[in-house]
Structure formats: C-alpha cells, structure tokens
Design a protein around this ligand. Structure first.
Ligand code: SAM
Length: 229
C-alpha cells in the first residue's frame, strides 16, 4: 500500500492561474523577508489586496504612484550589493516605435522597436541587478515569449542564458496561465499557438551549481568516416 497521494493541495506547484499565488509562493520559498525593490513598479498591481507587502524601493521609467521614483531599470540609484531581493516585470513585446508610450498596451507596457533591442536591454538589466544584489540575493524576473514578424522569440530561454552569464543561478521557474487573451483579427490564418502563459524566473546571485554545458552531455558525436569496402 502506498501513502503517496496523486495531488496535494498544500504543495507549492510550478503552475497557477493566479499571479498573486505564484508571488506568495516565491516569497515563501525564497524571500521570507519579502520583496525589497521593484524597478518596474507601475501601479503596483503585484502587491494590491494579495497579502504581499510593498517593496521598500519602487522605481519606474514612467512613475504612476506618488512614492515611485523615476529611474530606468538598467541604471538604478542604489549602491553595489545593497539589496536582498528584486522583482522585475519588464515589457515583453517589441514593435512600439514612438519615444513615449501610446494606446492602452503602450501606456501600460511601454516597449522597444525590435525584440533584439528588448533583449539587449534585458541583458543590461541583469548585469545591473547583479551589481545591486547582495551575494545570495534573489531576482524574480517575470517574462513572456513573444511573436515578432511572424517569428517566435523565446525570451525565457534568452533570459536564463544571460542570467547565467551575469552570475546568477536559475533556482526555480513558475508558469502563470491565462484564462483569456486578446485574439487578432486574422486568427483564422493561424501560424503558431497563441500564448496563454508567462513565466516567473527565480534567480539567485550565487555560483551556478548545475552544469548547463550542453556539449558535455550530448550523445551526438561527429559521424565516423565510413570504411571503404
Ligand atoms: C508590465 S508593467 C509592470 C506592472 C507591475 N508589475 C504591476 O504590478 O503593476 C511594466 C512597467 O515597466 C516600465 N518600464 C518600461 N521601460 C522601463 C525602463 N527602461 N526602466 C524602468 N521601468 C520601465 C513601464 O513604465 C511599466 O510601468
């Protein structure tokens, strides 16, 4: 007889349809003192009515609350190694070409003209977050893959690779599922699956203790030259 259960409601799971549940679980597992800094605070929806305490430091390029300080995330007005934790929820789409955000999505998520620009900015932010976090500090990075010019850009993969380069260890990953999404007018000519999920990466500023060197593990070898018969 087994004592194991197929499901256990008290267990912390990787997948949820509720972002507040994910954030609470990340805090429970990795940041017991709560989130200290949010450089993309916006209106602070993450912390509203969800039993999640407000961060001490709130920044945004377009501050929307009286206590949010204007700053760009890749150049924070904070000392080296001064933070224990940081929550980052940057724009995930490219294609906005105006210098200032326009429209509903633009106002809320202000973006970059090309995905390559967006990713380059993510890279700069990762380096900056590594600078301001203490050793052992935790970075939560919310991200979503995106489609540009009909191509899938798997941002969560790029972010993990760059986080490794910046000196972080990928500690955990949560997937937020959506019940509904806006669907474009030409969806009848669908070329790829509409994304109904986003991610919360949890990175720790510490030596990476998983060997992600793919070449070292791969079974694929260069084919041996065939012997002539
Ligand atoms: C998805 S929203 C964040 C929503 C937020 N997590 C909340 O709970 O309300 C992204 C935010 O990033 C901000 N942003 C865009 N570019 C930025 C930059 N370079 N530096 C700092 N914030 C930036 C936008 O102004 C926007 O408020």
């Amino acid at each position: 007889m087994t004592t194991e259960k197929l499901t256990n409601e008290t267990v912390i799971r990787t997948v949820s349809g509720d972002q507040h549940e994910i954030i609470r679980n990340i805090i429970k597992l990795y940041i017991p003192d709560g989130i200290e800094c949010d450089p993309t605070y916006s209106k602070g929806v993450f912390y509203k009515g969800a039993g999640i305490s407000q961060p001490k430091y709130k920044f945004d390029l377009f501050p929307q609350t009286g206590d949010t300080v204007l700053s760009t995330a890749e150049d924070l007005p904070l000392d080296d190694e001064s933070l224990n934790s940081l929550m980052f929820d940057p724009p995930f789409m490219a294609g906005f070409t105006k210098p200032k955000p326009t429209g509903l999505m633009g106002k809320r998520f202000h973006g970059y003209p090309y995905v390559s620009h967006l990713w380059k900015w993510y890279d700069q932010c990762l380096v900056e977050f590594h600078r301001v976090l203490k050793k052992g500090g935790v970075l939560v990075f919310k991200c979503q893959d995106t489609v540009s010019s009909g191509k899938n850009w798997f941002s969560h993969v790029h972010i993990m690779n760059q986080a490794l380069k910046a000196g972080f260890h990928p500690r955990d990953m949560f997937v937020l599922t959506a019940k509904a999404r806006l669907i474009g007018a030409n969806h009848s000519n669908q070329k790829h699956a509409r994304k109904f999920h986003s991610y919360f990466w949890v990175f720790k500023k510490t030596k990476c203790y998983v060997d992600y060197t793919i070449d070292r593990h791969t079974e694929v070898r260069d084919p041996q030259p065939r012997k002539e018969k």
